[in-house]
Design a protein around this ligand. Structure first.
Ligand SMILES: Cc1ncc(COP(=O)(O)O)c(C=O)c1O
Length: 408
């Protein structure tokens, strides 16, 4: 079979045999997994063991994750979405309740609220960080508001002190959506230890990737026990052991639960990825800093800024264009980068602009103006630990070139 890999032309040339021929460069993907032989052999070992689903490896991963974060409990789940959902079930969210969710997020954050028959109330964002704006959240609290789900957008923690104060004042549960923020910290505290419950995602593109997967961290014994039971059909303790030699065939269903468990195959990936987590974060930070240094003096570009009292996991590098200084739209800017072989994405289309949230809850364009304004001018550049220096410099050159051509 011939190679199906796409090749893009560049201005570079090489001199081979006296002939100057154009060098074709591979496109730079938006994301590439940071796996090596260690992950391959860890997964092989699980396959050879004969035990594929949740078992000893999953519990070892939970133990190491909880130690890494510094939380009392870590409960592994099949996705970050499942982690958010079970956190909401654990607080007893019911039909008619309301939950505050930033509009700048992935739909999973709000969708889980609808699983409980409750209503996601969308909140505008702080234009600087693109994180939920606590003051806008305060304005949207009603007697039905039961919880708030701050999302640490792109990896930078939200203003958790303001959010905790608001939550205490109005008796709201705080569930942090940390899908982007492993590892990150706020005022010296690691994300995962700040609020009563925090949900992580190990989706394929996340900073710790197991393909699919998620985790809830909590210091609360009751929340932990309930989520452990809910993830496996509401069956009594150690249900997973019923097919092992130590287990027993007898079990009791204590409530209607879910099939949301993790697997040892995923845990094998997770354990290796966790051991590299700090090094991978450092690699991301280095790339982000190089980008920001390169874009600092380019007219029309605005690099992301991390507040001094927090560290970012750098899941995403969200660049913003200054529309009054460029004569190119964000969409055309992305087209121009794609033509230059650079993988680009956008995070996120605000939820209130999607057909579902408009028709189900009556949202309209203009309702959450900060989020819309930032959405119109943001784009996410490739940011993954295995980027080579050559790739980083190619991204910088392409972005700088497109901006320079279109400066006003
Ligand atoms: C902010 C945010 N929350 C939640 C999720 C859901 O995570 P998962 O894909 O593991 O279900 C994602 C996934 O992309 C996300 O970006």
């Amino acid at each position: 079979m011939g190679s199906a890999r796409a090749i893009v032309g560049t201005e570079q040339t090489s001199n081979r045999g006296g002939l100057t021929i154009p060098v074709k460069e591979e496109p730079i993907p938006f994301h590439r997994a940071a796996f090596d032989e260690a992950e391959v052999s860890a997964v092989s070992e699980v396959v050879r063991s004969g035990w594929l689903t949740m078992g000893a490896k999953s519990f070892e991963f939970e133990k190491q994750f909880q130690e890494y974060i510094g939380a009392k409990h870590a409960i592994s789940l099949c996705s970050g979405t499942a982690a958010l959902h079970l956190a909401l079930v654990a607080i007893g969210l019911r039909a008619g309740d309301e939950v505050l969710v930033p509009t700048t997020t992935f739909t999973a954050t709000a969708e889980v609220v609808t699983y409980c028959g409750a209503r996601p109330v969308l909140v505008d964002v702080d234009p600087l960080t693109m994180n939920l704006d606590p003051q806008d959240a305060a304005r949207r609290i009603t007697p039905r508001t039961k919880a708030i789900i701050p999302v640490h957008f792109a990896g930078q923690p939200c203003d958790m002190e303001e959010i905790s104060r608001l939550a205490q004042h109005h008796n709201l549960n705080v569930i942090e959506d940390a899908a982007h923020s492993l590892p990150a910290s706020y005022r010296g505290k690691r994300v995962g230890t700040i609020s009563p419950m925090t949900a992580f995602s190990f989706y394929a593109t996340k900073t710790l990737a197991t393909g699919e997967g998620g985790m809830v961290t909590t210091d609360d014994d009751a929340f932990a026990a309930h989520i452990r039971r809910l993830r496996l059909h509401g069956i009594s303790r150690d249900a997973w052991k019923r097919y092992t030699n130590e287990g027993t065939w007898y079990y009791e269903v204590e409530e209607a639960g879910y099939k949301y468990n993790f697997t040892d195959l995923q845990a094998a990936l997770g354990l290796v990825q966790l051991s590299k987590c700090d090094a991978l974060t450092e690699a991301r930070r280095r790339i982000a800093e190089r980008y920001s240094e390169a874009f600092a003096d380019v007219i029309g570009l605005e690099a992301p800024r991390v507040q001094e009292d927090r560290t970012s996991a750098w899941h995403l590098y969200v660049l913003r264009l200054q529309p009054d200084r460029l004569n190119i739209s964000r969409d055309k800017f992305i087209d121009a980068l794609r033509e230059r072989g650079i993988g680009v994405s956008v995070h996120f289309i605000p939820l209130h602009l999607h057909p579902f949230y408009r028709s189900a809850y009556g949202y309209r364009p203009g309702d959450l103006p900060n989020a819309e304004r930032e959405y119109q001018r943001c784009l996410s550049l490739p940011l993954f630990p295995t980027m080579t220096n050559g790739e980083i410099e190619r991204v910088i050159a392409a972005v700088t070139e497109v901006a320079s051509i279109h400066q006003l």
